[in-house]
Design a protein around this ligand. Structure first.
Ligand SMILES: [Zn+2]
Length: 461
């Protein structure tokens, strides 16, 4: 009788995949300073801008997870984007040191517009101009990509060495009035991004927002001490501006963390920013960043307070590569764009002409027809999964993944491992405006990423 019951419950446990739960989850978070020296070129806008100082240090923050034989690393950098060369090198080196498979390492940028311009067509152009003028580039006294690679590997390695038995408490809260879809239908029938505050020609907003703040809180399973928290929200990190390095609003979120480490991941916010066009009295710069940070902190606190508490974890990772078709330009337009690079940051070209010039030149350093884009999916529990996508992903695509995901709580993070420009929806491509001009993928590329992500999530469930 006893044996029969034992056999029955063992079979039940196996069928429900509870065998994983027997293995304890181990988690640690480590951070490395990735602030470049003062004087380095800054990213974020279409003109040359040299840093004059730091408001707050830039960090790479690595969360390493291990359960049984499964290991994963989620790394977030206070940068506008990740260069593929850096993430390739860092993932390779970190994998050799830690035995975490390369495909299980996600390296994301938070999209801070107040970090270094260290790769891409604009950096290459400014760099070549400086070398031609001065013999060397005074803005690049250090090899920042090499430094960044080294710091990424250091953060992942340190986190793995500090692994400790941990609990996971997931939470979700709604935050309204902080993020806004920045694309609008105008009276002339066009769709425009950032049409300006109180613009009388605005008819209606062209897309949704994702108001959910996702939190994952990790605590030491024995002592209950906080290890840290990952917060994910879909809102462009372009609130600060100026010439001082800053992590933007996640910096304010992190200040309340005490000994624990607060990590921020950008949700799918390709078409989302903080500008409320119905108002002309929003604060600017660090004041705006501080206000958003405070509201996010409150929402994250609400998410954890309302949460049902720690959950049984079942770490697993799946990865796929999507061969995404790229846009093409005829030879004469490519030649014209190369000449027009000199007009970027001047009034000789309209803003959208500058953006297109930059995009056409950027396309020339990518493969000819298809760009391999990585999609990663991490299962944390029966209800919680996290997806990593490259590029600046439109919020509609993130919402589509959440809607089709078999997990109750699906967190989607953009700008992972690579920065192939904006990834708009098919609908947005038809409407046009800035984000579609500043995209390298063909219409439909974003929907391909959604399909791949949903497939991985279904396989993990
Ligand atoms: Zn952006």
């Amino acid at each position: 009788m006893r044996n029969a019951i034992y056999l029955f419950s063992a079979a039940l446990m196996l069928s429900a995949n509870f065998s994983m739960a027997a293995e304890p989850l181990n988690v640690a978070i480590a951070q490395a300073d990735i602030t470049p020296p003062v004087g380095y070129r800054m990213s974020g806008y279409f003109y040359e801008r040299l840093s004059t100082g730091a408001n707050d240090p830039l960090y790479a923050k690595a969360i390493v997870l291990r359960q049984g034989d499964e290991q994963a690393a989620l790394v977030f950098c206070d940068l506008v984007g990740m260069s593929r060369a850096v993430t390739d090198a860092a993932r390779q080196a970190a994998s050799e040191k830690t035995k975490i498979p390369r495909e299980h390492i996600l390296i994301a940028a938070t999209h801070s517009h107040t970090g270094p311009l260290y790769f891409g067509a604009l950096r290459d152009y400014f760099h070549e101009q400086a070398v031609a003028r001065h013999g060397s580039d005074p803005a690049e006294k250090v090899d920042y990509p090499a430094f960044l690679t080294q710091q990424l590997v250091a953060a992942i390695t340190e986190a793995q060495q500090k692994l400790q038995p941990a609990t996971l408490t997931p939470g979700v809260a709604e935050l309204q009035g902080v993020s806004f879809n920045r694309r609008f239908h105008m009276k002339d029938g066009s769709v425009r991004f950032n049409p300006g505050r109180k613009n009388p020609d605005i008819v209606r907003v062209a897309g949704p927002i994702d108001p959910l703040v996702h939190c994952l809180e990790f605590e030491n399973a024995k002592t209950g001490r906080a290890i840290g928290m990952l917060t994910v929200f879909a809102l462009h990190l372009d609130t600060v501006g100026g010439t001082e390095y800053s992590g933007d609003y996640p910096h304010y979120l992190a200040q309340a963390a005490g000994d624990a480490i607060s990590v921020f991941g950008a949700g799918t916010c390709g078409d989302i920013n903080h500008i409320d066009v119905t108002r002309d009295d929003q604060p600017k710069g660090q004041e705006m960043a501080a206000e958003i940070g405070a509201k996010l902190l409150q929402a994250a606190g609400d998410a954890i307070r309302k949460s049902a508490g720690e959950v049984p974890t079942s770490l697993a990772v799946k990865q796929a590569v999507v061969e995404c078709p790229l846009q093409h330009y005829p030879a004469n337009e490519i030649a014209k764009a190369r000449v027009n690079m000199a007009k970027i940051g001047t009034r000789e070209l309209s803003f959208l002409e500058q953006v297109e010039t930059y995009k056409i030149v950027a396309l020339q350093s990518l493969p000819k027809d298809k760009l391999p884009l990585e999609v990663q999916a991490f299962r944390l529990s029966d209800d919680v999964a996290l997806v990593g996508l490259p590029g600046e992903i439109f919020v509609e695509l993130g919402l589509a993944i959440q809607a089709q995901s078999p997990f109750k709580n699906t967190i989607v993070i953009e700008l992972c491992n690579d920065t192939p420009g904006y990834v708009p929806t098919r609908k947005a491509f038809a409407e046009g405006s800035y984000e579609t001009v500043n995209s390298r993928v063909e219409p439909g590329g974003g929907e391909m990423l959604v399909d791949a992500a949903v497939k991985l999530l279904k396989a993990l469930k």
